[in-house]
Ligand binder design. Sequence first.
Ligand code: PBG
Length: 326
Amino acid sequence: MNFDRHRRLRSSAAMRDLVRETHLNKDDLIMPVFVDANITGKTEISSMPGVFQFGIDSVLDEIDEIVKLGVKSVIMFGLPDHKDEVGTGAWEDDGIVQQAIRLIKKNYPELIVIADTCLCEYTSTGHCGVVKDGEVLNDESLTYITKTAVSQVKAGADIIAPSNAMDGYVASIRAGLDEAGFINTPIMSYAVKYASSFYGPFREAADSSPEFGDRKGYQMDPANRLDAMREVLSDEKEGADFVMVKPSMAFLDVMREIKNHTVLPLVAYNVSGEYSMIKAAAQNGWIDEDKIVQETLVGMKRAGADLIITYFAKDVAKRINEGENF
Ligand code: PBG
């Protein structure tokens, strides 16, 4: 009888470790942080158990915990104390994210602080750009998005991560940063951003739901694969330094395809709805949270992700510190 004995390489834990192809380590993790101009202390996000919004008075406590666990980068989101048509709170010098970045970089200069660059938390319409006659205008929005990026870097951001899904934002931000003298600040583009229902809990966390309509006129159709390639090709041409796929779990095929076609570092965003689903099922005792988190995040690495933005970053770092082989 002649057949292959695949089980030879699965015969013991040590044997399995010997042939294991994919690992996750702490350097791969980026932790999201929400800072809210309207609160002091911290408020738990009801649809994201274990994730909090922080007031400017308490954000350093969270950062301290993150740093001590050995997570080396965070991505910042802000909830401003006022919203208007052009999202002024996103780009003013004393905006909530700018204040938080200044404070964090002063106290933790080594930490990589990434700024999410979008208008949806700051516009009265809740859209990611400026709206006229019910339409989200592309080129007009770039002006404000670029102002936002420049002000975030002025405040000390190490990386700009534009998530607004307008066309040409990489080119526009690159030109704006270069002109302001920030030639060395990288752009982590949310290149492949689907119009996804998995962002639901985030919109509570960041108070950024659109007042009318949806984001399908600028974010991508989840049914499309080639559109993802077109987005990546554009962003590479425009000067992106990283490309991202978002969400993750339903888009691992797209991640792999992009990994096979780009030489840029690839980022996976394990989004809010993905986090909440796992938390909810685990709280009901239906799944084993630790094991599911491990399988999910290692799956993203196997699919080609070099870095993962995840609300589980602190939990994972803790487990790695305790000696778990991730
Ligand atoms: C801002 C932005 C969103 C997310 C990251 N940046 C929401 C959206 O596009 O509606 C979602 C992140 C998550 O769900 O965890 N545009």
